[in-house]
Design a protein around this ligand. Structure first.
Ligand code: NAD
Length: 293
């Protein structure tokens, strides 16, 4: 059995998986692969699947499966898994880091100091305590963020069409109500037809003046031009972003010229601890697959 590791995984993983067969990272050997391990970079679309006649198992290290055509894969007898539980803490901690960074001006404080510019009077901070956080998508990551926000004495609202109750947030069924009340909005829903472009000119107009948005969900859930406009006008006080229209983004993205942005290169899942957890889950899924063969 050939296992193709197509994207970046824990460096210890090839040795761990060697008990199941040959392990390679040579993407040119796709046609021989029975198992393919991907993250967000490899796109498992019909053309890819058609060039992998031996493929039986695709494992996405991480959560989002928008880079896999699951119905087409299943129609070819290919099972598709993700490692959904592994990444929640890693992503929630990055969302929280962005949420702390923006109102504390951490990046501007650092860059002005490196410029030998004493900006003490300009950099007025605000606290998270007592502020309202609206979480869009109260699944695993949204819930992990809510736990952390509670520890900071924030009031937490949740918006999720499929979640009616949470011990961690006041579930609020109308999106506009969450937008109107939130000082911070954090996005944790998957990319679907319903969530694509969900933060746009119209929904931004419903937000509190001076709100902050954090997006560690999916880049295409926002219209970058509209977010940029809202940052320039001051409607938004800040935007913390880890996710893009593509990885890497088109470097002409207007967000690079927008004020009060803290930007990251899709590193939500990239903690050492998470890579270890993903490896353990991948090992277990392949172990089960081999046992059932
Ligand atoms: P999850 O499935 O546990 O939670 C997603 C939640 O979104 C669900 O509760 C679902 O009901 C809700 N949802 C669906 N449609 C919605 C809508 N229209 N409006 C509001 N909520 C909606 O998934 P998770 O593990 O919490 O991950 C959430 C997302 O985070 C993933 O789909 C992925 O896009 C993203 N993610 C990003 C990174 C990163 O590196 N930045 C890493 C992992 C996951």
């Amino acid at each position: 059995m050939l296992i193709l590791i197509s994207d970046a995984f824990d460096t210890a993983l090839p040795d761990k998986l060697a008990k199941y067969g040959e392990v390679t990272d040579d993407r040119n050997r796709l046609a021989e692969a029975e198992v393919v391990l991907i993250r967000s970079k490899t796109k498992v679309m019909p053309e890819y699947i058609d060039s992998a006649p031996k493929l039986k198992l695709v494992i996405r290290g991480g959560v989002g499966l928008d880079n896999v055509d699951i119905p087409y894969a299943n129609s070819k007898g290919i099972e598709v898994y993700n490692t959904a539980d592994a990444s929640s803490i890693a992503v929630a901690e990055l969302a929280f880091a962005l949420m702390i960074s923006l109102p504390n001006h951490i990046t501007r404080a650092d860059s002005t100091m490196h410029d030998k510019n004493w900006a003490k009077k300009e950099l007025k901070r605000t606290e998270l305590k007592g502020k309202t956080l609206g979480i869009l998508g109260m699944g695993r990551i949204g819930s992990a963020l809510a736990t952390r926000a509670k520890a900071f004495d924030m009031k937490v609202l949740g918006y999720d069409p499929f979640v009616y109750y949470s011990d961690l947030a006041s579930m609020t069924p109308v999106l506009d109500d969450v937008l109107a009340q939130s000082d911070f909005i954090s996005m944790h829903m998957p990319l679907t037809d319903q969530t694509k472009g969900m933060i746009n000119k119209t929904t931004l107009a419903k937000c509190k003046d001076g709100a902050y948005i954090i997006n560690t969900g999916r880049g295409k859930c926002v219209i970058e031009e509209d977010v940029t406009e809202a940052l320039k006008s001051g409607k938004l006080a800040g935007y913390g972003n880890d996710v893009w229209y593509s990885d890497p983004p088109d470097w002409n993205t207007p967000l690079l010229g927008a004020p009060n942005c803290v930007l990251a290169p899709h590193i939500g899942a990239s903690t050492k601890e998470n890579m270890g957890r993903i490896g353990a889950i991948v090992d277990a899924i392949i172990g089960k697959y081999v046992a059932q063969k």
